[in-house]
Design a protein around this ligand. Structure first.
Ligand code: SF4
Length: 382
C-alpha cells in the first residue's frame, strides 16, 4: 500500500512537472509571439516612415519642378519684354507724327476757332458784304478740311512750341522736324515759303536760319507735347509793339494805356491782316520776349478765361470795343473785327514798358499733339 501511495505521489509529481513544463513552454511561446508582434509592428512602422519620407521627396521634387517651370516662364517674359523694347526702339514715329501734325494744322481750323467764326457769321446782317465775306471764310474752312488742302495759299511761318521732359534731345528732335517740314513741303501741305533775307533766294524746302521756328520748354510731365502754329505773313505784318508812355495816344504806363495802344493797333490794321482776327498781347518783357510771348498767347483756346481778373476784363473789353469800330471782316465793314483777344504779362525793367501785339488772321491754324513713348500720336490738343 505504501509503495502504491509513493508511486501515486511520484506520478502526481511527474504530472505536475509536465503541467509546469507545458505552462513554461506556453509562456515561452507566448513571449516569442509577443516579440514577433513587436518586431512586426516595428517593421510596419519603419515601412510607414519610409513611405512618408518617399512622399516628402516626391513632394519636394514637385515643388522644385514647379520652381524651375516658374523660372522658365519668368525668363521667357523677360525675353519677350526685351524683344518688345527692341521693337519700340527700332520704330520711332516722330517723323510721321510731325508730318501728320503739319498736314492737319494746314488743312483744319481748330474747333474752338470754327465755333467763334460760325457765331460771327450768324451775327452779321443778312445780305451785307460782311455776311458774304464770313460765308466765304466758312466755305473755305469746309473745303480745305474735306480735300485735306491748305486752308490758305499762304501757309505762313512755321512755329513749333515743344514742351518736353528733362533729358530730352533737342538737336535730334530738330533734325527730324526739319525732315518732316521738307516732306510736308514736297507733298503740298506747306507752300515753298522761306527765302534768304539777303538774296531773296528760295531753296523751296522751308528750311533755313529761323525756319522752322522751334521753341523748346522743359516741363515736369513725362510726355512730349508739340503745338504748331502756321502764322500768315499778312497778319504778321500788322503786328505792333508800343513803348509806353505813348504821348501821341495819351497812353500812360497802366492798363488804360495798354487798352489805348491795343485799340490803336486794331484801327491801323483795318482789313489788312485778313480779319476778323485774334490778338495775342503781352505787357512787359523786353522787345524780343514780349513778341514771343504774344504769340504764345495765341496758343490759348479762344474759350478759355484769363486767370487774372483785370486782364480777363480787358480781353473782353478789347473784343467788344473793336467790334464796334465797324472795320468788319476783311475791312468790308460789319460787326466782326475781332474774334478774340488774349493778354499776358511778363516782368519788365523799371525803365521799360512794352506792349507787344501779334495779330492772327481768320486762318487761325494751330493744333497740337501729345506723343507716346514711341513718339506716335496719343492725343490731339484743342
Ligand atoms: S494773312 Fe492769313 S488769311 Fe491772309 S493771306 Fe496770310 S495766311 Fe492767308
Amino acid at each position: 500500500m505504501a509503495k502504491k501511495k509513493v508511486a501515486k505521489k511520484a506520478k502526481k509529481k511527474v504530472a505536475k512537472k509536465k503541467v509546469a513544463k507545458k505552462q513554461t513552454t506556453r509562456k515561452k511561446v507566448a513571449k516569442k509571439a509577443a516579440k514577433k508582434n513587436v518586431a512586426k509592428k516595428k517593421v510596419a512602422k519603419k515601412k510607414v516612415a519610409k513611405k512618408k519620407v518617399a512622399k516628402k521627396k516626391v513632394a519636394k521634387k514637385k515643388v522644385a519642378k514647379k520652381k524651375v517651370a516658374k523660372k522658365k516662364v519668368a525668363k521667357k517674359k523677360v525675353a519677350k519684354k526685351k524683344v518688345a523694347k527692341k521693337k519700340v526702339a527700332a520704330k520711332d514715329h516722330l517723323f510721321d507724327s510731325v508730318l501728320e501734325l503739319i498736314r492737319k494744322t494746314s488743312a483744319e481750323i481748330p474747333e474752338d476757332v470754327q465755333k467763334v467764326i460760325l457765331e460771327a457769321l450768324e451775327r452779321e446782317e443778312k445780305n451785307t458784304t460782311a455776311e458774304y465775306a464770313m460765308g466765304i471764310i466758312k466755305a473755305n474752312i469746309e473745303l480745305a478740311k474735306r480735300k485735306s488742302q491748305p486752308l490758305c495759299q499762304d501757309t505762313g511761318t512755321i512755329l513749333f512750341f515743344v514742351n518736353h521732359p528733362a533729358g530730352f534731345h533737342q538737336n535730334k528732335f530738330k533734325k527730324t522736324v526739319e525732315k518732316a517740314v521738307v516732306k510736308a513741303t514736297e507733298l503740298g501741305y506747306l507752300r515753298q515759303n522761306s527765302v534768304d533775307s539777303l538774296t531773296g533766294k528760295n531753296d523751296t524746302m522751308n528750311i533755313g536760319p529761323g525756319h522752322p521756328d522751334i521753341h523748346f520748354h522743359e516741363h515736369d510731365k513725362k510726355t512730349i507735347e508739340i503745338r504748331l502754329m502756321l502764322k500768315g505773313g499778312g497778319c504778321e505784318n500788322v503786328g505792333a509793339q508800343y513803348s509806353l508812355p505813348h504821348t501821341e495816344l495819351g497812353a500812360g504806363r497802366d492798363l488804360d494805356g495798354v487798352r489805348k495802344v491795343i485799340l490803336d493797333a486794331v484801327q491801323k490794321a483795318q482789313g489788312k491782316g485778313c480779319g476778323p482776327g485774334v490778338l495775342g498781347v503781352t505787357i512787359g518783357g523786353d522787345r524780343g520776349a514780349g513778341y514771343v510771348n504774344s504769340k504764345e498767347q495765341l496758343l490759348r483756346r479762344l474759350d478759355d478765361e484769363n486767370s487774372h481778373p483785370d486782364l480777363r476784363e480787358l480781353e473782353k473789353d478789347i473784343v467788344a470795343t473793336s467790334n464796334e469800330l465797324g472795320i468788319g471782316p476783311m475791312g468790308f465793314g460789319g460787326k466782326t473785327t475781332l474774334l478774340g483777344c488774349k493778354i499776358g504779362a511778363l516782368n519788365r525793367l523799371p525803365a521799360s514798358y512794352f506792349v507787344s501785339i501779334s495779330y492772327m488772321c481768320w486762318a487761325y491754324r494751330r493744333l497740337g499733339v501729345v506723343l507716346k513713348n514711341d513718339n506716335a500720336i496719343s492725343k490731339w490738343l484743342y
